[in-house]
Design a protein around this ligand. Structure first.
Ligand code: FES
Length: 356
């Protein structure tokens, strides 16, 4: 039961700023304030984002557009970014990252959620979430932006990679982008051409937009470097599984924006005894160089915030205060004090201090 209507908590969100300042100074405890706010409306929180489901629409055989309105705490979100969506299943809290396909100034957002074989969170979401239900989201992350340079824009998407690019495309066309735009979407089967009706309508309205679908299933046409020939001189954005994005990067050879939806293979590192310091928790423990900092923090009894555990969602990001870590996906070394690291895919390279 709610004592306040949802629209009012959206309007009142800016009035919570003084309370946020007191929490930041340590004079009030956020969890205690949240408990009071939640008594007035279950979606009201000081900082956490809760959103009410306002619509569901299947935009492909296996992809659902989920439309929601946020509680006023979604700050600076842009289409093309991604957010964690949390769901409690059998008493366990799960989180997954989904792209924002639409964001407006009134707190309305749209996510694209794809059904995955055996998907532990996506499938219950698709099957059970109903209009009117409240869901918790993390703050938006991601750097993809509509390019300002180049003689046009080329968008390459594989599978659900279309969700990260569609929002950028919708906004650019709505704002009058008139240079050529080419969208190439690789899908296994015809039914997976998500947003096909909308894209065809956009093509009819915007002569500068050309959309093509390539069917990759059963001996179909996978990505080949030749597909990039007609995109020479354009700014390129690529989004899809890590293998697809890596192939596009290699074939393109120049700068491009990209986002991979599945983890790159991890680079193995040797185990070695070392010291880990979790500064906020005032905890020092012996660690090793083989496991991620997230795994080692959890083994030490800490419960760091996290989502995908695969280096994708940025939900585990924290600051490296001292020492060096290795990115378990690429093998890259990160050693700059104050640098943001994703602890689920960072393993220590010697003694480290992290702001956790
Ligand atoms: S938990 Fe998602 S990036 Fe680390």
């Amino acid at each position: 039961m709610s004592l306040l209507p949802f629209f009012l908590i959206r309007l009142l969100a800016p009035w919570l700023r003084p309370l946020r300042a007191l929490v930041a100074r340590g004079w009030l405890v956020e969890a205690e304030l949240d408990a009071v706010l939640a008594m007035l409306h279950p979606a009201w929180r000081l900082n956490r984002v809760f959103a009410r489901v306002e619509g569901r629409e299947w935009v492909g055989d296996d992809l659902l557009a989920l439309r929601m309105r946020c509680n006023g705490n979604a700050r600076g979100w842009r289409a093309g970014q991604h957010v964690q969506l949390y769901l409690q299943l059998d008493g366990v809290r799960h989180g997954r990252s989904y792209s924002l396909t639409r964001v407006d100034a009134r707190g309305r957002v749209e996510l694209g959620i794809r059904r995955q074989p055996g998907g532990r969170l996506s499938n219950p979401l698709l099957d059970r979430v109903e209009v009117g239900q409240l869901l918790e989201l993390g703050q938006a992350q991601g750097e993809l932006r509509w390019p300002q340079q180049g003689s046009g824009v080329a968008l390459l998407a594989a599978g659900s990679g279309i969700t990260a690019l569609l929002g950028l495309l919708r906004e650019a066309l709505a704002q009058g982008y008139a240079a050529p735009v080419q969208l190439l979407h690789y899908v296994r089967e015809a039914g997976q051409r998500a947003y096909r009706d909308e894209l065809q309508q956009l093509m009819a309205r915007h002569p500068n937009l050309r959309v093509r679908w390539l069917l990759t299933g059963q001996g179909g046409e996978r990505f080949q470097p030749a597909h990039l020939l007609e995109m020479a001189g354009m700014a390129l954005l690529a989004c899809g599984p890590a293998g697809f994005v890596a192939a596009v990067r290699e074939a393109w050879g120049g700068p491009l924006q990209h986002e991979a939806f599945s983890p790159s293979p991890r680079v193995a590192v040797a185990g070695q005894a070392l010291r880990l310091e979790f500064v906020q928790s005032r905890l020092q423990v012996a660690g090793d160089g083989a496991r991620s900092l997230l795994e080692q923090a959890e083994a030490a009894g800490l419960r760091p915030a996290h989502g995908c555990r695969q280096g994708i969602c940025a939900g585990c990001t924290c600051s490296l205060l001292g020492g060096a870590v290795r990115d378990l996906r690429s093998g890259e070394t990160l050693a700059e004090p104050g640098q943001a690291i994703r602890i689920c895919v960072s393993a220590p390279l010697g003694d480290v201090r992290v702001d956790l």
